[in-house]
Design a protein around this ligand. Sequence first.
Ligand code: NAD
Length: 270
Amino acid sequence: MAQPLNIALFGAAGRMGREVVATVRESPGFRLVAAVARAGSDGVGNDIGAIASGVPLGLALSSDPEAAAKAADVLVDFSTPAGFTVALEAARRAACAFVSGTTGLDASHRAALQAAAGDIPVFHAANMSFGMAVLNRLTGDAAHMLSDDFDVEIVEMHHRYKKDAPSGSALHLGETIAAARGTTLRKSATYGRRGEGARSAGSIGFASLRGGDVAGDHTVIFAGDGERLELTFRAGSRRIFANGALRAAGWLATQPAGLYSMGDMINALK
Ligand code: NAD
């Protein structure tokens, strides 16, 4: 039997991190070899299995990124933009593959990802679920097929704790539409609306709702005269993101250095 893939997890004590811990535990092809939290945060030194699901795993939550990356085949990151930077640097130094689902990244983070891709395989997805990747593909197809007369609005809803808005997935959908229309989000995005003024032609509108424990809903609306096309994906639980991250880790471990996305993984499956 093939050896399990060694996973180091960044942001392990967070909501997504705990879900990944539970998913790895149930996945024979993967083994958790390191769980990392920010230095000084609660729980460092305690068993990550107990933190995640109340059942000890025999692995302590650490605050040592370098040791974690050295022990791993793939470093998986669900943390914060600052944590992402630390994780990416550690993965690059240890020459281990890097999968990140952290959102709220800016141009400097993306440049760092691109630079690291010269040395190691790196994978970033603002939404790790397979259904969301399909929504993105369908959105691109619809934007190609429908004329610019169709106004585009993207509506997303997430749980009350989410810090960034719009969601990384909503922005990714917007980028897909902008690319299909030969423009950029920088030129075409409108974030939220308040007060007076008509919609500007060609704009891509974003609306963000927050509340409850919603794992993640995204709807893309193409509104024409007399007709409206709506594409919706609803995430039922965080487990789908953890499953997707492990699927990406397994796939990435077989890839050469480079920058990869969910779209690349889907295309490789065909
Ligand atoms: P969270 O706040 O519950 O957890 C984040 C964790 O990262 C915290 O435990 C924090 O202590 C830790 N952290 C911060 N800096 C760190 C560092 N330097 N080293 C190690 N750990 C560090 O947030 P969450 O809900 O788990 O989400 C985490 C990230 O994943 C967010 O950016 C979120 O938007 C994103 N997310 C992505 C997907 C996806 O499919 N790509 C799905 C859900 C959430």
